[in-house]
Design a protein around this ligand. Structure first.
Ligand SMILES: [Zn+2]
Ligand SMILES: [Zn+2]
Length: 449
């Protein structure tokens, strides 16, 4: 396991943080030195230069370790470079100092705060401390990426399991972590443990603005936070709850969707994610749970009404592609046509939700209809799960329903470039199991999660 700066060293007031240099620098002296934005360390053998900049997170040779000894990557300490200054000597040479803010390992924190449970700290997780030191450039090994993970963020970065990340800040003097582990998640107040590979420890996230909380699989089961009521379906609103029990009901077909019927009783345990069956499926209700509003999204109402031009009023709806000669004929009828104009506004078939969803890319809809899940049992989700992908996919689907054009590559909207994630990281799959997740609802807002 990667070690951060040990608290023993942290306790030492005047630590020599580098391996060979014997002197250090005082706060007063450092303040008088000339500031720089970066420094370059060149490898004595290859002569290759490595640049370190302010705000970089860097792997740093632990105090007292010989740089020649060769360390594994995870044996280095990690610090954020907050300031770089140099003393310029009369002969033109200089002495560089970097002020670094240390990242602690879980073990480091546990040795300071006895009540701290380090087992819930991820293998590559670091705790950002408020402990600083001055470090000479020779101790710097490499710049390391450090992802920032906020458990309540509906768009956290994708964090592969072998990538460093931070979610807590540690205040050394008050011995406190912020946010307090577990304070912002589940009813049980136990924190998300990225090391726990048990499928029953998966966390289900409600993305709604007033919720934005994740709940343990087990806690949801214990609270019976599942869809189970028998409310009939309202055709105009996705605010529907359906019966689980009549398993004999086949899943609704595309044709039955086109004639939305309040009599249909879909099988809510049906986990079919196909876009040709959105209205009565659980996926439809998942899709209606928005990261941007506390109301259920009425998906049908997002679709713009198609208004026919008056010139076409006396023809059938299907005549939108009517050939020009017909129009000429109509014009010729002139006054007669006016007389035949209907007194009441004509009704035109509304574009159905099923039709509109059916035209979207299958994979995009598939992502948007996923439950938002994280946990080691969903290995492809990485530390932060599929939350961000599903959030962005739902937002895009809402826009497309409203008539916005499909981007050239929807994948670029859903999977942010450079994070190394794609479709497989967004689709929930729990090991080799084909078992579907229970139809959970949020304990707070009761929407599908
Ligand atoms: Zn819980
Ligand atoms: Zn909720």
């Amino acid at each position: 396991m990667t070690r951060g700066r040990p608290p023993q060293a942290a306790n030492a007031k005047k630590t020599k943080a580098k391996s060979k240099r014997t002197e250090t620098v005082s706060d007063e002296k450092f303040a008088t030195l000339k500031p720089f934005g970066s420094f370059v360390v060149s490898d004595p053998e290859t002569k290759e230069g490595y640049k370190f900049m302010k705000e970089d997170n860097a792997a740093i040779l632990p105090h007292g370790r010989d740089p020649e000894a060769g360390l594994d990557e995870e044996q280095y300490w990690i610090g954020k470079i907050k300031d770089i200054r140099a003393e310029i000597h009369d002969d033109g040479s200089n002495t560089v100092w970097a002020r670094v803010q240390w990242f602690y390992s879980g073990t480091d924190v546990a040795s300071v705060v006895k009540s701290f449970d380090e087992s819930a700290i991820g293998k590559y997780e670091k705790v950002f401390s408020d402990h600083f030191d001055y470090v000479g450039p020779e101790a710097f090994n490499a710049v390391v990426p450090m992802a920032k993970f906020n458990e309540n963020d509906p768009e956290p970065p994708f964090i592969a399991w072998d990538r460093f990340f931070r979610r807590y800040n540690f205040e050394y003097k008050t011995r406190t972590l912020k946010p307090k582990p577990g304070s912002s998640s589940c009813t049980c107040k136990l924190p998300y443990n990225p090391n726990d590979t048990d499928p029953s420890s998966l966390m289900h996230f409600c993305p709604r603005p007033s919720c934005r909380k994740a709940y343990h699989h087990n806690c949801l089961l214990a609270a019976k936070s599942k869809e189970s009521s028998t409310t009939l379906i309202s055709p105009s609103s996705p605010q529907i709850t359906v019966s689980n029990s009549p398993r004999k009901h086949k899943r609704a077909t595309r044709s039955s969707l086109n004639s939305i019927s309040v009599k249909s009783i879909p099988d809510a345990s049906e986990q079919n994610l196909a876009p040709d069956n959105p209205t009565f499926s659980r996926s439809f209700r998942l899709l209606a749970c928005s990261p941007d509003t506390d109301d259920n999204v009425d998906l049908q109402s997002l679709i713009p009404l198609t208004v026919q031009s008056p010139a076409k009023l006396d023809d059938e709806a299907e005549e939108s592609d009517a050939p020009p000669p017909l129009k000429k004929k109509r014009k010729g009828r002139g006054f007669t046509a006016k007389k035949r104009a209907p007194a009441a506004p004509p009704r035109w078939p509304t574009r159905t939700l099923a039709d509109t969803l059916g035209e979207l890319p299958f994979d995009l809809l598939h992502v948007a209809e996923q439950p938002l899940v994280r946990g080691a049992a969903f290995a492809n989700g990485g530390v932060s799960g599929n939350i961000a992908f599903v959030t962005r996919a739902r937002r895009l689907v809402y826009k497309l329903l409203q008539g916005e054009p499909l981007p050239a590559r929807w994948e670029d909207v859903v999977f942010v470039e450079g994070q190394g994630a794609d479709l497989k990281n967004a689709i929930v799959k729990i090991g080799a199991s084909r078992k579907v997740l229970p139809p959970f609802v949020c304990p707070s807002c009761k929407s599908a999660i």
